[in-house]
Design a protein around this ligand. Structure first.
Ligand code: GDD
Ligand code: MN
Length: 387
C-alpha cells in the first residue's frame, strides 16, 4: 500500500460520489496503490451509509463511523490510526481540494517529510471566497506566522510521512491539524504545491465563530512550544516583562523589609532578576535541554555577560541619542531599551542557548531513529513501540 487518503466528512452526501470517482481515477492514472478512509461523525444526512454502499464500486474504500464524538481534528487523527500505509494524505470532501493534486502531494514526499497544497505560493490562490472569509483567513495566517515558516499552514489539504508523528503527541482540540503537525511534528523538509481553493458548491461550511475562539486558544498553546525564532522572541519578551516585576518586587522587599539602602538593594535585585530571566529563558523561551551542572554554569555565566553587555548597549545608545542627536532623554531611553533588548535576545539565542554543535537537530532525529531500531531488535518489538 502506497498511500492512505483520509477524508473527514460531516453532511457531505451530495459531494461524496463525484469526489470518490475523481479520487480513485487519479490513483489509477498515476498507478498509486491507495486506500481512501472516510471518517464520518454520524452525519444526519447519512454520508456514512452512502459511503458504505459505494464500497462495492471501489476496492480500497474504507469507512470509519464515529458515534458520540465530533470534530475535524480528532476525525483526522482517527483516520491516521486506521491507516495501513506509511504515507498519509488529508483532504476535504467538499471538492474544494482538486483531487488531481493527490499525485503531486504524494510524489513530493519523495524529497520531503510533509507536503501541502498551498494558496500562498506562486500559482496558488482562492476563488469565490467572500471578503469576510478572506479577512479571517488572513488574520489567522498572520498569527500562524509566529509558529511556523510554512506559507499556508492553515491548509486542510496535505500529506506526510508517518514518521513525522512518531513519538509526537498532538493536541486535537484545534480545527487546524496541519498547524499542530507543523509545530509539534518531527520533520526537516516541507514542500508547498500551489493550488487554487474553490469555495464549496454543495452543502454548508462547518466554520463558525466558536472555531475562531478555539483557534486563538489553540495558537496560544502552540506558541508555548513552537521552534521558530519569532516564537522564541515572543516568549523571551514575556519572560523579560515578568523579570521587570521580579526586579521591582525584590527591590521593594529589600528596602522595606530588609532595611537596605536602595543602591545595594538594586544591585541584589538585578542579580535576582537575571537569575529569574536565565531560568525562564532556558526552560521556556529557548527550551534548552542541557542539564549537567557544568554546562548550566557556563550558560549562566554567558547569560550574565549578555545582561551586562545589554546594559552597556543601553548606556551607549542613550548617550549617542541624547548627546549627539539631541533627542529628549525619555525618548532616548525608549530607543536605548529597544536596542539593548535586541542585543540581549540575539546574544542569548546565538551564544548562551545556541544548540551544541555535536548534536544538531537533524543528527538528533537520525540518532533517535537508529536507537529505536536497535532497541526494537533487542526487544523484539517494532521500532515505534520501543520509543
Ligand atoms: N468527521 C468530521 N467531523 N468531519 C468534519 C467535521 C467534523 O466535525 N467538520 C468538518 N468536517 C469535514 C467536512 O465535511 C469537510 O470534508 C472538511 O471537514 C472541511 O470542512 P468545511 O466545513 O468544508 O471547512 P472549511 O471549508 O470551512 O475549511 C477548510 O478550509 C480551511 C482553509 O481555509 C478546511 O480544509 C480547513 O481544514 C482549512 O483550514
Ligand atoms: Mn470547505
Amino acid at each position: 500500500m502506497d498511500l492512505s487518503i483520509i477524508i473527514p466528512t460531516f453532511n457531505e452526501a451530495e459531494n461524496l460520489a463525484p469526489l470518490l470517482a475523481q479520487v480513485f481515477q487519479v490513483l489509477r492514472d498515476n498507478e498509486i496503490e491507495g486506500e481512501v478512509i472516510i471518517v464520518d461523525d454520524d452525519s444526519p444526512d447519512r454520508t456514512w451509509e452512502l459511503a458504505e454502499g459505494l464500497k462495492t464500486n471501489y476496492n480500497g474504500l474504507r469507512v470509519v463511523l464515529r458515534q458520540g464524538e465530533k470534530g475535524l481534528a480528532t476525525a483526522v487523527l482517527a483516520g491516521f490510526a486506521a491507516a495501513s500505509s506509511s504515507k498519509f494524505l488529508v483532504m476535504d470532501a467538499d471538492l474544494s481540494h482538486p483531487p488531481a493534486l493527490i499525485a503531486d502531494l504524494y510524489r513530493a514526499l519523495d524529497n520531503a517529510d510533509i507536503s501541502l497544497a498551498s494558496r500562498n505560493v506562486q500559482g496558488g490562490g482562492v476563488k469565490n471566497w467572500p471578503m469576510s472569509r478572506k479577512a479571517i483567513s488572513w488574520g489567522a495566517t498572520l498569527i500562524a506566522k509566529f509558529l511556523t515558516d510554512a506559507k499556508d499552514p492553515m491548509s486542510g489539504y496535505f500529506a506526510l510521512r508517518k514518521e513525522v508523528l512518531d513519538g509526537v503527541t498532538l493536541n486535537p482540540t484545534g480545527y487546524k491539524i496541519l498547524l499542530e503537525i507543523l509545530v509539534r511534528g518531527r520533520y526537516e523538509r516541507v514542500k508547498e504545491v500551489p493550488f487554487v481553493f474553490e469555495d464549496r458548491k454543495n452543502g454548508k461550511s462547518k466554520m463558525s465563530s466558536g472555531i475562531i475562539t478555539k483557534y486563538v486558544s489553540h495558537t496560544w498553546s502552540l506558541l508555548k512550544v513552537a521552534r521558530t525564532t519569532r516564537a522564541q522572541l515572543v516568549r523571551f519578551l514575556m519572560i523579560g516583562g515578568i523579570g521587570i516585576l521580579v526586579n521591582l518586587a525584590a527591590l521593594w522587599l529589600l528596602v522595606d523589609y530588609g532595611s537596605l539602602h536602595y543602591l545595594p538593594a538594586a544591585a541584589i535585585s538585578f542579580l535576582v532578576a537575571v537569575t529569574f530571566n536565565f531560568a525562564g529563558n532556558k526552560l521556556f523561551a529557548f527550551k534548552d535541554e542541557r542539564k549537567d551542572v557544568g554546562a548550566v554554569a557556563a550558560q549562566y555565566t554567558k547569560f550574565f555577560a549578555v545582561s551586562v553587555g545589554s546594559l552597556l548597549i543601553n548606556l551607549a545608545v542613550l548617550y549617542l541619542v541624547v548627546d549627539q542627536a539631541h533627542i529628549w532623554y525619555i525618548i532616548g531611553q525608549v530607543i536605548a531599551i529597544l536596542a539593548a533588548t535586541a542585543g540581549n535576545f540575539t546574544g542569548n539565542k546565538l551564544w548562551t542557548f545556541r544548540p551544541s554543535k555535536t548534536v544538531t537537530k537533524a543528527k538528533d532525529l537520525k540518532a533517535g531513529a537508529l536507537r529505536a531500531i536497535i532497541m526494537g531488535y533487542m526487544h523484539g518489538y517494532d521500532g515505534n513501540k520501543a520509543r
